[in-house]
Design a protein around this ligand. Structure first.
Ligand code: IMP
Ligand code: MG
Length: 179
């Protein structure tokens, strides 16, 4: 790709990401010890991570997706979440692993956790590729990378629907979500 088409500085290379994912998969296998898990991908950002992660998991798995949107400005979460696509699967009594692309304030996640808990899964844990250094009070069992509180794109993550196809993760130029 032409350098001019890149959004900004590289934060995590394709190599960094592809080395970390099998490690995460191992952590998940150790935790669940052969139990079946239902992975729920949060669309759209988590679709690439989900696809790569499950190919390293040596556990019986099922896969479902939810699509949510949070109202707010382009780069800030408001915590007001709307479900655009709900699960097709019944998760009652299942071991559920919610797969997220990135956790910033954790507001979207808090909403999802509350919502999914009402469906009475056996267990509910979170796996996120990226977590911003933040004051989020959500317990995250599996984290790929801790990153600074900057807006990032690539590897599924977008800015106004752009850049999802980049293989690495980039800082978006001239962008800051710091308060
Ligand atoms: P939160 O509610 O503040 O944790 O933000 C949750 C959602 O906002 C994430 O699941 C992403 O879809 C989006 N988001 C937050 N930070 C970024 C970012 O740096 N790049 C792209 N999307 C982001
Ligand atoms: Mg998301």
């Amino acid at each position: 790709m032409n350098k001019k088409e890149l959004p900004g500085k590289l934060l995590l290379s394709e190599d960094d990401i592809q080395k970390r994912i099998p490690e995460l998969a191992e952590e998940i296998e150790r935790y669940y010890k052969g139990k079946e898990i239902v992975l729920i991908g949060v669309l759209r950002g988590a679709f690439l991570f989900m696809a790569d992660l499950i190919r390293h998991l040596k556990l019986p798995i099922r896969v479902d997706f939810m699509a949510v949107t949070s109202y707010g400005s382009d780069t800030k979460s408001s915590g007001v979440v709307r479900i655009l696509k709900d699960l097709d699967m019944d998760i009652k009594s299942k071991n559920v692993l919610l797969v997220e692309d990135i956790i910033d304030t954790g507001l979207t996640l808090q909403y999802l956790i509350r919502n999914l808990k009402t469906r009475e899964p056996e267990s509910l844990n979170i796996c996120t590729l990226l977590a911003k250094e933040n004051k989020s009070r959500v317990d995250i069992e599996f984290t790929g990378f801790h990153i600074p509180r900057k807006y990032v794109v690539g590897y599924g993550l977008d800015y106004n629907e752009q850049f999802r196809n980049l293989r690495g993760i980039y800082l978006l130029d001239n962008e800051s979500t710091e308060d």
